[in-house]
Design a protein. Structure first.
Lengths: 276, 305
């Protein structure tokens, strides 16, 4: 467990009450973020993202899967989060499972709630075949606020994901799928609806965006909102004490900051993918 | 916010290591032969293999990234980033990991937790006396779990166990400040580890790479416990904010030194502190990698500190 002494915590709270954080950031400011895309040659789309000390690696693999006849879904997204034991001593043993399942379920719910990708465009054979996206997330280093980091990295990985063009032929009720011979014949996903989390920590009576590990440990409660490029909120996730919180004010902040953040993220993804 | 494509590259550690001698360059070893894991260590016929080396066939190779050190026939590689290895008399900053019978276990960034015996602390009142059972029950009142303390290395046991003591008024629990951990190799052993910087901030440079940055109430005498009128209170809050911003600026200056593997001393910290003030860089921007690199360049181009 990351440790914070009482003296450190009280100093941190005093500073936040005065409007600054112990690393100098203002209350609603992210740490420096850097992102690289296309880092894994064997994945359909991948990214590596650093948010302060937190570092994550995400790979997306695309495959065709079977679906039940009654089902209408055209895509499935499976998330797997693995917390590396070398990132943090907390990840050795049982604690890692708790972390992974928590992050996994938050991502799953956020992606489920938003109709993220244009499903009609990705249609294969309804009730027979669908696209399956396996998103493998590896946490390499922890410095707090893992949820935001992995959701941003996932968005970045999806933005570079290439889906091969598939032709469907039907012979007496038997479907045959054929992949285009040209390896460059691929489609990209539209990611503007892919949700990204913005996490706030409640310290004293103030909310701070993008809490560091120290701030997370000292916080009374935490509050994560999944937002897309339009500023639409798809999912809200909270834990701890959140009494007397002005939700509406917070959500206005989220819409504004979220849009800004995602624009900048997309911009740097574009920069990175055009340079490689 | 800062968005850099190249932001993931490691700071040019080696470059700064091999640069000409300024006090920004940490004094790790006299030699400047830098080796990476697997590199050949060029040496004479018969040598004695030391730490960080391995014999493969007829070759002597390095197992760590570091600087080659030769003492007569002994050849060893000193890793540039490693855990803290203690010496008697070192000043350290540590965090209480656990309270066990008659001793505290303290994290000092070493290979194993250090030990602070109940008999090695100054009890309140300052009288030298036997430690009673009552004292043992009150151990958590002195230092509780997670508390940060400053201490001195009293003794090193045969198996490498570090024994600490706080038997001086300058050691003890740390309050009213912020903590930052850096690479231990960057903090040089010196006569003094408690410093009062000209900007009014105090620092404790632990030999183990743990650093405490704080406002010393007794020297700055800002703490006056009297009833304040409203404008006075405002004034007080303002000065308290300014104090905090100075502390944070020092913290971020140390962070910059640490990221570029530059020696951490009061002089180097203040140099960066003054540099950022001169350039009117607000503390919140000091962690941006472009700003950090800009300062690093200025610092290493100028030879005098």
């Amino acid at each position: 467990m990351f440790a914070v002494s009482k003296a450190e915590k009280s100093y941190l709270l005093e500073a936040i009450a005065l409007g600054t954080r112990v690393d100098g950031r203002s209350l609603l400011e992210y740490r420096p973020i850097s992102v690289q895309v296309g880092v894994l040659p064997s994945a359909s789309g991948s990214s590596r993202l650093r948010l302060g000390e937190t570092e994550v690696l995400v790979g997306v693999k695309v495959e065709v899967g079977d679906v039940a006849e009654a089902s209408t879904e055209n895509i499935q997204i499976h998330f797997t989060v693995e917390c590396s034991g070398s990132a943090n001593a907390d990840f050795l043993g049982r604690e890692a499972e708790n972390w992974s399942s928590e992050l996994q379920s938050a991502l799953e719910s956020a992606y489920q709630a938003a109709n993220v990708f244009d499903e009609d465009r990705l249609k294969l054979v309804p009730g027979k075949f669908c696209w399956v996206f396996n998103v493998d997330i590896l946490v390499l280093d922890t410095g707090g606020n893992m949820l935001d980091a992995i959701s941003m990295a996932t968005r970045a990985a999806f933005s570079t994901t290439l889906i091969p063009r598939v032709y469907i032929q039907e012979n007496d009720g038997v479907f045959e799928l054929e992949i285009d011979d040209n390896p460059n014949a691929c489609d990209r996903l539209h990611i503007h609806r892919a949700p990204t989390f913005l996490t706030f920590a409640l310290l004293g009576n103030n909310f701070v965006l993008d809490p560091s590990l120290q701030e997370e440990t000292s916080a009374r409660g935490k509050f994560s909102v999944a937002v897309d490029t339009n500023g639409d909120i798809s999912y809200v996730y909270s834990f701890g004490l959140l009494d007397g919180v002005e939700m509406s004010k917070l959500l206005t902040i989220v819409k504004k900051t979220g849009k800004l953040l995602l624009d900048r993220l997309d911009h740097s993804i574009e920069n990175d993918s055009s340079s490689t | 916010m800062d968005w850099q494509q190249e932001g993931m590259k490691d700071p040019p550690v080696v470059q700064s290591l091999l640069q000409q001698e300024t006090s920004f360059v940490p004094s790790l070893a006299k030699s400047s032969q830098f080796v990476a894991p697997g590199d050949d260590i060029l040496s004479q016929e018969s040598v004695v293999r030391g730490h960080g080396t391995m014999v493969q066939g007829s070759r002597l190779i390095s197992t760590v990234a570091g600087l080659v050190e030769r003492v007569n026939k002994l050849v060893a590689v000193l890793p540039i980033r490693a855990r803290y290895s203690a010496e008697v008399g070192d000043v350290v900053v540590g965090r209480i990991r656990d309270v066990v019978s008659r001793k505290w276990k303290v994290d000092v960034n070493a290979r194993q937790d250090a030990v602070l015996l109940l008999s090695a602390v100054n009890l309140p009142g300052g009288v030298q006396r036997r430690r009673t059972y009552e004292d043992e029950l009150k151990m958590r009142e002195f230092f509780d779990q997670d508390d940060l303390i400053s201490a001195e290395v009293q003794e090193l046991k045969q198996d490498g166990l570090i024994m600490l003591h706080t038997r001086s008024l300058k050691y003890g629990k740390l309050e009213n400040g912020v903590f930052i951990a850096v690479t231990p190799q960057l903090v040089k052993r010196s006569k003094k580890h408690f410093h009062h910087l000209v900007c009014g901030v105090d620092i404790i440079l632990g030999n183990n790479g743990y650093i405490w940055i704080y406002i010393n109430e007794s020297t700055s005498n800002s703490q006056e416990m009297k009833e304040l009128s409203f404008p006075e209170k405002q004034e007080n809050a303002k000065s308290s904010l300014n104090q905090k911003l100075s502390v944070i600026r020092v913290r971020n200056a140390i962070h910059i030194l640490n990221s570029y593997f530059l020696s951490i001393q009061p002089e180097t910290i203040m140099y960066i502190y003054e540099e950022t003030i001169q350039r009117e860089i607000p503390v919140r921007n000091m962690l941006r990698s472009d700003v950090m690199y800009e300062i690093y360049k200025t610092v290493t181009n100028t030879k005098e500190v």
